[in-house]
Design a protein around this ligand. Structure first.
Ligand code: NAP
Length: 247
C-alpha cells in the first residue's frame, strides 16, 4: 500500500526530507510551496504551489487528495501556515508531524538584543543613525520604514519591490548558505555596526551571527513566533525515523 504524504515546505530541510522519503517505493510525496520565491531551487519531487485558502482550504485538500500524513516543514517564522496545518489536520482527521529546527543560543561574546517583532527591532536600533544589516525577507523589511534615519544594507532572495521608503538603503540579492568568512568581509566592507536577524537556527545562515560576534557588533534578534504543539523532530533524520514509526 502506498502512503500519501504532503510536506509543507519552503525550507532546505523540507527539500531534503522530501528527497529522502521519495526514495521509498511505499511513499508518494507531494511538496507544497507558497510560491513566494520567483525561481525556487529544484525540489526533486512533485510540487504544488500556492496557498490553500486558510485552514479550511487545507483540510479540504487533505481529504480530496487522500493524504495519510501531513508534515509541516515550513520555516519557523511562517507561523500562519503552521497554525493552519495543525487546525486542518485536526479537522480532516489526518495525523501531523512537524520539522522544527532548533533556534540559536547565545554564546560568550554575543551582543544580542532580543525583541518580539520586526517593528520592535526597528525601535531597538535607537534614535541615532546606525549602519544596519537587514538579513530579512521582503515582507519583513517594511517595518524599518519607521526608522528612516539609519543606513540600511538589505539582503534578500527576491528583490525588495517597491524599494523601502528610506533615504539610504543598499540592496543585495543572494541566496544562502553564507559562511562566516564571507559574512565578516561583507560587514566590514559596508562598515555595519548592527545586524538584524531572525533566529532561524541551523548552519546555513549562522555565518552573520558568528561574524558579528567576531567583530564585536550588536545583533538585534527577533524571537520566534509561537507555534502549535504537534509531535515534532529537530532534524531531517529524526523526522524520517518518526515517519517510519508512524507507518
Ligand atoms: N517567514 C520566513 O522567514 C521564511 C523564510 C524562509 C522560507 N519561508 C517559507 O516561505 C513560505 C511562506 O512563508 P510566510 O512567512 O509567508 O508564511 P505564513 O505567513 O505562515 O503563511 C501565509 C500564507 O501563505 C500560504 N503558505 C505558506 N506556506 C505555504 C506552503 N508551504 N504551501 C502552501 N501555502 C503556503 C498560506 O496561504 P493559505 O492560507 O491561502 O493556505 C498561508 O496562510 C513558507 O512555506 C515558509 O516555509 C519563510
Amino acid at each position: 500500500m502506498t502512503h500519501r504524504i504532503l510536506i509543507l515546505g519552503g525550507t532546505t530541510e523540507a527539500r531534503q526530507l522530501a528527497g529522502k522519503l521519495a526514495a521509498r517505493a511505499d511513499l508518494s510525496i507531494t511538496l507544497s510551496l507558497a510560491g513566494r520565491t520567483e525561481s525556487p531551487v529544484a525540489q526533486g519531487v512533485p510540487v504544488r504551489t500556492g496557498g490553500f485558502g486558510g485552514a479550511d482550504g487545507l483540510a479540504a485538500y487533505l481529504m480530496e487528495t487522500g493524504i495519510d500524513l501531513l508534515i509541516d516543514a515550513t520555516h519557523p517564522y511562517a507561523a500562519q501556515i503552521s497554525a493552519n496545518a495543525a487546525q486542518a489536520a485536526r479537522v480532516a482527521g489526518v495525523p501531523i508531524l512537524a520539522l522544527r529546527r532548533l533556534g540559536w543560543e547565545p554564546v560568550e561574546g554575543d551582543r544580542w538584543t532580543l525583541v518580539d517583532t520586526f517593528g520592535d527591532a526597528a525601535q531597538a536600533l535607537g534614535p541615532a543613525p546606525r549602519r544596519v544589516f537587514l538579513a530579512l525577507g521582503r515582507q519583513e523589511v517594511a517595518a524599518f520604514e519607521a526608522a528612516p534615519q539609519h543606513h540600511y544594507l538589505i539582503r534578500s532572495v527576491d528583490p525588495i519591490e517597491p524599494a523601502l521608503a528610506v533615504p539610504d538603503a543598499v540592496y543585495l540579492l543572494a541566496r544562502g548558505p553564507f559562511c562566516e568568512t564571507d559574512e565578516r568581509a561583507l560587514l566590514e566592507k559596508h562598515r555595519i555596526d548592527v545586524v538584524v536577524s531572525k533566529n532561524s537556527g541551523g548552519e546555513a545562515t549562522y555565518g552573520k551571527i558568528a561574524a558579528a560576534r567576531a567583530l564585536g557588533i550588536d545583533v538585534v534578534l527577533v524571537r520566534r513566533p509561537a507555534l502549535p504543539d504537534v509531535p515534532a523532530a529537530e532534524t531531517v533524520e529524526a523526522l524520517a525515523a518518526m515517519v517510519d514509526h508512524f507507518l
